[in-house]
Ligand binder design. Structure first.
Ligand code: RIB
Ligand code: CA
Length: 321
């Protein structure tokens, strides 16, 4: 069983990734830390409790709230994609009896910071812990700054972030997680910690259409299936207006899949750099993928291919059962 810590900015696709991880027997989720990204970290933490409340969990991972602001840049969020509350505005929904349709889980939030919980767990499980980073890398870079030696004990970091051979999803050159905190991403890629990055190049290969979601969930009428249908609507409407189809990319679910079903994915080794200063290119991830022997030693694996049909089948098999 792989011990993991999930760092997240839920976020509609983060919610899908968290549900998949919680239903993956190959993973032991030791902790979940929240960070500002899609929404402010305080909202992200509330969203995490609402996501955990969807399942009848007998025990909960440790939870700690992380950083509110990027290392240098002003915070840019994505409520226009994920809804004001970050979960498709389902937080305001109530049942006929007036109770919240999606109540918060009754679990404690740690009194220590997300950064300190990361360091505590890396120390507790040296060379056994993988961090799965689904939002901006602010918490992880702060942990590296605070105790670089400790963080070298990480087994690896699997992160959703970057884009190499396609356009970005915030600017033409930058993917959201790296765009929000490029200085943090630069620190992480420069840290020497083993990194596996899952960029838009591969997450764009997995498309969850509204039609497929409805087909897969039509025989269910429980809190989880209703959450899947209701929480994704705002995002799917954004995609219809701006991307050209009614659906969404389940970006953050792919790093979970890489850990549980690596045979569905293909990656290459490369030397990745992050632009932190460019006016037009801030947040751009740069890697020489021409296949020529780069003069720089690789610092990361870049996932570039996925068996999308098999992954979507796995996703629904697990998330609905
Ligand atoms: O670019 C996609 C990433 O940005 C995903 O993690 C999504 O949740 C947003 O945080
Ligand atoms: Ca995310």
């Amino acid at each position: 069983m792989q011990r993991i810590l999930i760092d997240t900015d839920p976020g509609v696709d983060d919610a899908l990734a968290l549900l998949l991880a919680l239903k993956s027997p190959e993973l032991k989720i030791e902790a979940i830390t929240t960070v500002s990204g899609n929404v402010h970290v305080e909202q992200a933490t509330q969203n995490l409790l609402r996501i955990l409340g969807l399942l009848d969990l007998s025990e909960f991972p440790m939870i700690a709230q992380g950083e509110a602001q990027p290392l240098v840049k002003l915070l840019v969020m994505a409520e226009h994609v994920h809804g004001e509350d970050g979960l498709g505005n389902i937080s305001e929904l109530s049942n006929h009896d007036g109770c919240p349709r999606y109540p918060l889980a009754d679990c404690n939030i740690s009194t220590i910071s997300g950064v300190d919980l990361i360091l505590e767990l890396v120390n507790r499980y040296p060379n056994e812990l993988v961090i799965v980073a689904l939002g901006p890398l602010t918490n992880i870079s702060r942990a590296i700054q605070k105790d670089p030696e400790c963080m070298q004990q990480l087994q690896s970091i699997v992160l959703m972030g970057g884009v190499f051979r396609e356009y970005g999803n915030v600017t033409t050159t930058a993917e959201f997680n790296v765009f929000v905190d490029p200085h943090a991403a630069h620190e992480v890629f420069s840290s020497g910690i083993p990194i596996h990055t899952v960029p838009l190049d591969v997450t764009h290969q997995v498309v969850l259409t509204g039609k497929r979601l409805n087909a897969e969930t039509e025989e269910y009428d429980d809190r989880l299936s209703n959450f899947l249908r209701e929480s994704t609507q705002t995002c799917m409407e954004f995609y219809r207006e701006n991307v050209g189809f009614y659906g969404l990319h389940i970006h953050d679910a792919l790093p979970i899949g890489i850990l549980t079903h690596p045979h569905l994915f293909e990656s290459v080794n490369a030397y990745v750099q992050v632009e932190t200063e460019g006016n037009l290119t801030s947040g751009m991830t740069v890697a020489d993928l021409r296949g020529v022997h780069s003069i720089s030693k690789p610092n990361a694996q870049i996932c570039l291919k996925v068996n999308a049909d098999s992954f979507l089948k796995l996703f629904f098999q697990r998330i609905l059962n």
